[in-house]
Design a protein around this ligand. Structure first.
Ligand SMILES: Nc1nc2c(ncn2[C@@H]2O[C@H](COP(=O)(O)OP(=O)(O)OP(=O)(O)O)[C@@H](O)[C@H]2O)c(=O)[nH]1
Ligand SMILES: [Mg+2]
Length: 290
């Protein structure tokens, strides 16, 4: 995905949010705080945040046209490198915003996919994030190639090159998605075998918001050395360890991937085998940071 290079050299970013009637002020502010924490996790510097109240997103630009000129002023004032919207943008809205503001625009889903992509270490996590990224990209290929047809059409070259290329790219991506799903099914089968072996044990899962301290507790209770970091989504895999040798039944403790609001549905679907650890647990221990 193209945004990887965007986060080099601590870029200045502007956060944007729409306040729709069904959301409370608290929801909007809390969600913006999360977006800020997600941005910091990637090394960005959040210079400002703007919220616009609307009855519904503008179909073409997400924000109203009046707001766009205010956004341009802030881009200039803070030398903003790119913008991040809290809501999910349609491919069309993202394209129009970028064209109007002359800056790259990412949405919350892309930010979370980027963090997951960077933090994936095991084969399973890498496969899962690659699947989520590919599923996200598939409906967005159209926008990426449309400009090619427009530009070439404008200078008299035959139209349709872009459309043919989109179809080719879509086929490649669909094949990749099918292969990733097959690979993940194999991982699933291994997990099911493990599950049978563990069925006589009491299974306890540490669950909770990302960065709440789950891995810290896991390390303390099982004398482990799992990665602990003051960043969102440091843990993407479930790790299971025996709690005490001599307890009966034996107790297995699992560290798991954390929660956040509005987790992209592509991620929830592709991380289903990791999330199974939580579903199969006999007891959930909810870790809450204070
Ligand atoms: N002050 C304080 N900090 C803590 C405590 N527990 C953990 N931390 C810190 O909080 C940060 C996150 O801790 P982790 O254990 O990595 O949290 P996590 O829930 O596993 O986070 P993810 O895997 O990223 O979802 C780290 O910087 C920890 O040092 C605590 O009880 N008090
Ligand atoms: Mg963790």
């Amino acid at each position: 995905m193209h945004e990887t290079t965007l986060f080099r050299n601590s870029p200045n970013v502007l956060l944007l949010s729409l306040h729709l009637p069904e959301k409370s002020r608290f929801d909007i502010e809390h969600s913006l705080q999360e977006l800020q924490a997600l941005s910091y996790s990637l090394g960005a510097v959040v210079c400002d945040a703007m919220v616009q109240q609307r009855d519904q997103p503008h179909p073409a630009f997400f924000f109203g046209k009046g707001k766009l000129s205010q956004i341009k002023e802030i881009i200039h004032k803070h030398s903003i490198s790119f913008l991040i919207t809290d809501g999910q943008l349609s491919p069309k809205q993202a394209q129009n915003l970028e064209k109007s503001l002359h800056k790259p625009v990412l949405d919350r889903t892309q930010l979370i996919l980027e963090i997951f992509g960077r933090n994936a270490r095991t084969r399973e996590a890498k496969l899962q994030i690659e699947l989520a990224q590919s599923e996200y990209l598939l409906p967005r290929l159209l926008g990426m190639w449309k400009h090619l047809d427009r530009e070439r059409g404008g200078i008299g070259v035959s139209r349709g090159t872009g459309e043919k290329q989109i179809e080719k790219d879509r086929q490649i991506l669909r094949r990749k998605i099918a292969h990733l799903k097959e690979d993940l099914q194999r991982v699933d089968r291994e997990r099911h075998n493990q599950k049978k072996r563990r069925s006589s044990c009491l299974q306890v899962s540490l669950v909770g918001y990302t960065n709440a301290g789950k891995s810290t507790i896991m390390n303390a209770l099982t004398n482990s050395d799992l990665l602990v970091e003051n960043k969102l989504f440091a843990t993407l895999d479930s790790t299971t360890r025996l709690l005490e040798d001599d307890s009966r039944p034996k107790i297995l403790l699992s560290d798991t991937v954390g929660f956040i609001r509005n987790l992209p549905h592509e991620l929830v679907a592709s991380f289903h085998s990791t999330l199974e650890t939580i579903r199969d647990a006999d007891l959930l221990l909810h870790v809450v940071g204070v």
